[in-house]
Design a protein around this ligand. Structure first.
Ligand SMILES: Cc1cc2nc3c(=O)[nH]c(=O)nc-3n(C[C@H](O)[C@H](O)[C@H](O)COP(=O)(O)O)c2cc1C
Length: 336
């Protein structure tokens, strides 16, 4: 008998899909979602996801091995579709028998979904529009994550509440859909479950858990910040489409503007093509995030955070965060 019967009932399909007790994913966060946080999430009954980011196949291999040593429970691996070694990374997942792969950062390249399904894993994808979501689900994706602009990290232009209203009535009867972006409390989880979501994905709320290896200065910046401090990056050159990133405002935000000017100039001079220019920008983010998460340079690094950051006020063990979220969700559903 579960302690949260109403929540568990609404999460049943998502939990069965993930092989977990609760259909709560901790979205992959580059540098943050490594073995310690991932295992802690899975051990608490949720679903941890390793952020592969720019890792080499060797590093991913070591991270999966390390995670397996810390948990017997299911966890996933998040791969960025534009990674030049995507298929080598998929091969690493296959060797480890990874059960779920999340493809993030753009439309999955030809053959990637098939390559993952070939070794028996389930594929989760992101889709910015309903039409694309339907196409990806038709062509083999097993589940969908819809992520609104309230989220931390790379974001799309539409809020979670609007995406949920567009996608859930159209897809939730037949498909497993997880809702992400701006979720800081259980009442919001209850709301999306009632709308038909199979589960939810949170990042910001878990980034500063006790088990997270993020630098104390990174965590302190989260505890001090309010929703309005988590702002989106701006695009300075219309020819250089950069995916907006939500992070806490600091000096690094200004340096990103300067970086874009520099890359646009390289484009002008023909020193790089558009693909290389966009990769330059992504490398900038990976480096800037590392600076903040690992080195603790929260002034010049990128402190990626969602708008729910105002609800993150102290360091807490993952299990306590789960207990709070589930109790809030259950109380909300019990009032109905
Ligand atoms: C610090 C940070 C780093 C992130 N890095 C990634 C990433 O590498 N890949 C990815 O798919 N999503 C990334 N995200 C997004 C999360 O996986 C998750 O979807 C998001 O945080 C959910 O919204 P929330 O922040 O409002 O909870 C990141 C988010 C944060 C806060």
């Amino acid at each position: 008998m579960t302690a949260f019967p109403k929540t568990s009932a609404l999460m049943a399909r998502g939990a069965a899909f993930l092989g977990t007790e609760y259909a709560i994913l901790c979205g992959a966060m580059s540098w943050v979602s490594e073995r310690n946080l991932v295992a802690a999430i899975s051990n608490a009954g949720g679903f941890g996801v390793i952020a592969c980011g720019a890792m080499t196949p060797e590093l991913l291999d070591a991270e999966i091995t390390g995670t397996k040593a810390l948990t017997q429970k299911p966890f996933g691996v998040n791969l960025i579709t534009m990674h030049p070694g995507l298929f080598d990374l998929i091969a690493v997942c296959a060797r480890h028998g990874v059960s779920h792969v999340v493809l993030a950062g753009g439309i999955p390249p030809k053959g990637s979904v098939e390559a993952i399904k070939d070794f028996g894993a389930k594929v989760l994808v992101f889709a910015p529009t309903l039409a694309l979501a339907k196409k990806l689900l038709r062509s083999g994706a097993d589940a969908l994550v819809i992520e609104g602009s309230e989220a931390g990290g790379h974001i799309g232009p539409v809020s979670t509440s609007v995406l949920a209203q567009e996608f859930l009535p159209a897809l939730a009867d037949e498909h497993v859909v997880f809702v992400a972006g701006g979720i800081g409390r259980g009442e919001a989880i209850a709301g999306y479950l009632e709308m038909g979501a199979s589960g939810v994905q949170l990042g910001t709320r878990f980034a500063c858990a006790t088990e997270s290896i993020a630098h104390p200065a990174f965590k302190k910046a989260f505890f001090r910040a309010n929703a309005r401090d988590a702002i989106t990056s701006v695009q300075v050159d219309p020819r250089l489409p950069v995916i907006p990133v939500r992070a806490l405002k600091n000096k690094g935000t200004e340096e990103f503007t300067a970086k874009q000017v520099e890359v646009a100039k390289m484009l002008d001079e023909g020193a790089v093509d558009m693909m290389a220019a966009q990769l330059e920008i992504e490398h900038f983010w990976a480096g800037a995030l590392r600076k903040a998460v690992i080195d603790g340079d929260v002034e010049r690094g990128s402190v990626m955070a969602g708008q729910s950051v105002g609800m993150v006020t102290q360091e807490e063990p993952v299990a306590d965060i789960f207990a709070q979220l589930l109790a809030e969700s259950e109380a909300a559903l019990s009032r109905r």
